[in-house]
Design a protein around this ligand. Structure first.
Ligand SMILES: [Zn+2]
Length: 253
């Protein structure tokens, strides 16, 4: 199990039955079982900050390590995932859309499931106080790679500024909406001062990746504990080509 499995979740809670492959939802009971599996297996759950330090050689790389990431900043993260995380004492990161905090996740609507409420800035301050990292999910949840460079620069810069201002702490981590990114995105993220960025590229994160384009492993609605373990152990081979800025390491797998 080389590298770090950065797991990607979105909404956690109780949902009506749906297609198993949908990655936007995780049943809270399955989530708890997945967290228990990590504990049984002795997998070290790292904050994104500590994972980045290990990837960059500033801290020892644990033999088995994972990071728990939650996109979009939905209120159901607070309601359902945070109590489970606290039971296990696991760190996590919630990526919030700076310009949409406290409103509805309109991009998540459809499929007859309505618009899930997003955590307000007061709530984001509360979870930050509990030790959960809050990262940027850009300012307005657009597909960055489809935007000109100057729009991307504004999305990266303005979201970081707003979150730092509201939270009163550093926001060094970013997650690109829909995983959409190109070289302009990575340059904009670097310019805005981010230290890490995550994509929807599949695979384990290793020191060979550009820290601003780290791959993740999406957990789908249908993943039982066995499916979760399969992703943890076997899906280590990156799928597709990972982007990297010139002069920055790139996956050689
Ligand atoms: Zn998103």
């Amino acid at each position: 199990m080389p590298g770090i499995s950065i797991f990607m979740y979105h909404q956690v809670g109780r949902f009506p039955p749906m297609k198993a492959h949908r990655a936007g939802y995780c049943d809270v009971d399955k989530f708890r079982a997945q967290m228990r599996a990590l504990k049984w297996l002795g997998v070290k759950v790292l904050s994104m900050t500590d994972a980045l330090a290990a990837l960059q050689g500033r801290a020892p790389m644990p033999e088995r390590a994972a990071v728990l990431t939650f996109d979009d900043g939905c209120e159901n993260f607070y309601e359902h995932a945070v109590p489970v995380l606290q039971d296990f004492g696991y760190p996590a990161i919630s990526y919030a859309v700076a310009g949409a905090a406290g409103s509805g996740g309109t991009w998540l609507a459809g499929h007859g499931r309505g618009t899930p409420p997003l955590m307000s800035y007061a709530r984001l301050r509360e979870i930050a106080g509990l030790g959960i990292e809050v990262g940027s999910h850009a300012f307005s949840h657009i597909r960055l790679a489809e935007q000109p460079a100057e729009v991307q620069r504004a999305e990266m810069r303005d979201s970081r500024q707003r979150l730092q201002q509201e939270l009163g702490r550093e926001v060094p981590h970013v997650c690109y909406p829909y995983g959409s990114h190109n070289l302009d995105t990575l340059r904009a993220a670097a310019e805005a001062g981010y230290s890490s960025g995550v994509t929807c590229q599949r695979g384990a994160a290793t020191p060979g990746f550009d820290p601003l384009a780290l791959p993740r492993k999406a957990i789908s609605y249908g993943d039982n504990t066995l499916g979760f373990l399969w992703k943890l152990y076997l899906k280590d081979t990156p799928k597709g080509e990972a982007l990297a800025r010139p002069g920055h390491a790139m996956a050689t797998a």
